[in-house]
Design a binder for this molecule. Structure first.
Ligand code: ZN
Length: 311
């Protein structure tokens, strides 16, 4: 994280020193430019504003969000944005420095302050992180609860109306329609959680679903915390999860997007349970991105998986 902050700082210093960094944005585009870090806010802005804005997602589809480090050109894109949307969590700690060092005040929105933030937690059986002496971080995966998504969409809509006052009616209508769909998703997830035979889920790897499980009152066990950079899962952690699947008589174990599924497959082989995907929406594959997949598509697939797991 420190390395990322330093790189961000270096980029800004070089930009301020006048070293030219070519921006890839076509200058003739008269629409306001909205720059976002990752997929959830990309899709939220797209749902509200559609083609009314020139929208850029910094983290490329299919790439790992947690190690993202902006290039000179990407920092330049942020510095020229009419609106910049980021999470404000551990993964984009470099942003604060970019904003603080910019000569002009950047019109920026962080997602974390828009919701009731939850701290990353370590539950029983979860592999311990190397203790870096820092206080627990806020869990950044705020969008995994549709109720949080509604708050975020409301704030983004207000910000977009300021950029495009002449399109206020369209923007507010789009946001209202979208919020209705988010509320439907929330109701659907609650019905699945409340109607299920089980109320515990087991994750074979990272766990970026604190907000979703908190909202749905689901218990969970997981190998690693939400933003863990630890790739190695120990045999004792896997054994603990196998015991939980057996003890709770679960018939599914979850893996997340971009996973090689190796731990989920080991747990499935040992217990006879099946493996299911729960997509954190953190980022999407290039294929999904090009096909226009949305947050609602992914979350509705998640609802199906949860229904299968909870019975
Ligand atoms: Zn994360």
């Amino acid at each position: 994280m420190k390395k990322r902050i330093l790189t961000g700082m270096l980029c800004v210093l070089l930009l301020l020193a006048g070293i030219s960094c070519r921006t890839e944005q076509p200058q003739e585009d008269a629409r306001p430019s909205v720059v976002v870090t990752i997929f959830p806010q990309y899709d939220f802005v797209r749902q509200i504003a559609g083609d009314l804005v020139n929208l850029t997602m910094l983290v490329q589809p299919g790439s790992e969000v947690h190690g993202f480090d902006p290039t000179f050109s990407e920092v330049s894109t942020i510095l020229h944005a009419d609106l910049f949307v980021y999470v404000g969590g551990e993964s984009d700690g470099w942003v604060e420095d970019v904003l603080a060092k910019s000569e002009r005040t950047i019109n920026a929105i962080a997602l974390l302050p828009l919701v009731d933030a939850l701290e990353e937690e370590t539950v029983e059986g979860m592999q311990a992180e190397e203790d870096d002496g820092e206080a627990p971080e806020a869990d950044e995966h705020v969008w995994t609860s549709p109720k949080n998504a509604v708050r975020i969409v409301e704030a983004l809509c207000d910000a977009l109306v300021k950029l495009l006052p002449e399109s206020e009616r369209t923007l507010r209508d789009n946001a209202a329609r979208y919020i209705e769909q988010l509320n439907d998703l929330d109701a659907r997830l609650h019905a699945i959680a409340e109607g299920g035979k089980r109320n515990t889920v087991v994750f074979a790897e990272r766990f970026p679903f604190r907000y979703l499980c908190d909202e749905l009152h689901l218990n969970y066990y997981a190998a690693l915390r939400g933003c863990s950079s630890n790739e190695e899962v120990s045999l004792s952690t896997v054994a603990f999860l196998i015991d939980r699947v057996r003890e709770l008589d679960l018939d599914s174990v979850f893996y997340i997007e971009f996973s090689d599924r190796s731990i989920a497959n080991s747990i499935a082989a040992a217990t006879g349970c099946k493996t299911l995907l729960l997509h954190s929406c953190h980022n999407v594959s290039r294929e999904d991105f090009d096909a226009g997949v949305t947050y609602l598509d992914l979350m509705n697939r998640n609802a199906e998986s949860l229904k299968e797991a909870l019975g």
